[in-house]
Write a protein that binds this ligand. Sequence first.
Ligand code: ZN
Length: 454
Amino acid sequence: MQDARLRVALYHRGHLLQSFLMTADVGIEGSAPTFVLEFSRSQRLTNLDDLGPRALSIAVNESPRAGHNLMIKTAGGALEVPFNANMVDKTVAATRTLLKDMKNVLPGPSKQTVPDPPRPTTDKALLDWWRKLAAHGQTAYRDLMAITGRSQEGLLDAITRSDDQVVQIARLDPGFVYPWPLLYDWVVPARDVGQLPPDVCFGDPDADGRRRCTHGKGADVICVYGFWAIRHQLDQVLTLGAARDPVRPVPQEPGAPQVRLAVGVSDKWTTELQTALAGVGNVGDLDVTDTATLIEALWRPEWRAPTIAVVAHHVDRDLAGEPPGSRLKLGNGSVFLSWERIADALQLKLSWTAPNSVVLLMACESGQATTARLDDFATLLTRAGAGAVVATELDIGTDLAARCARDVTTDLLDGATFGAALLRFHRRLAHVGNPFGFSFCWIGDAGLEVAHAG
Ligand SMILES: [Zn+2]
């Protein structure tokens, strides 16, 4: 038996709104075709004004033959192409190895810190690492280019030539990952063996998240602006099984906390984080003594705030008396935010109602983590109803964890969209030569905003 498939995608200003899949059995008399809504950003198409334009939309579907299909749409055209599963797996595995090695090759003075390099950045190992990241990002981008074919060469060109646009990545197959933030779509300058390597441009360290260098795709340097996560906002959204409009988290009441802070590490950086956040908003602490109460609290709307920041040790080795698998250790080491318990709650409880918080899951060096990945948490919490989730691809120092929580929360409370806040965070790190911005992963609508109380 064979089936025929037809996919229908509905866009508004380049933003994928809905995708339908029609399947028909070929050669079977009397069988009716099925028509399924796979993905929706807009339940009744009444919120179109909330859905900002997307300069590029890439939607990833499962494909019965090739592993995955990509639906690519820009102002220049649209196409659907297969993306070979082996090629994707190879790139994803190489990316994980590269990011993991980054911590080993560029260690801070202690395991807890990933300090900014001294200015000007002349450290050879660090410069070589940026060259390596660009080469890897270019290969991943060329693989993407190769499948679009010669007739579609101009399709991605507008993205290569522009900055500060929003690129939509819609995971219609939630399990599909690709190193989108690391894609490097500018030319890596060629050098013969024995020649000096190309210079690395970090932009302007005083630009506070704004772009100031003038490099473009053919520059004779490696420039941090060649990376997608540093040049553009990346909107990363999932199919959630049911139509759900994008969420806009709002504080419940004037005077209620704007941030819920859960800290499982006590050191100078988390103390600084508490002080910094107290300066920008009303901060409520996590005040629970056991895991069950923590899960209860997360599912109680009056407990949640527009942003929830968790800075904690990450553990994934099974230990007696603790939940199995990947978990963040909070309180005095007796409270766990674990993958298992969130999955349980998803089975037993309804999804979150408003406020659909932005959750920042910042995991620190535990010395015990091996292979667990926090992006699983991001998917689970998104299913629970989180408006957006930022997590980490690898364990990082408390300094960087606290910095991400502080920067993203501050910018969100200051009125920046989720996409703009993340872009500024990536740029601030890149401008001082710190490559650890690539340790972070996220799911969420780039246009999501925190509404102000009162
Ligand atoms: Zn530059």
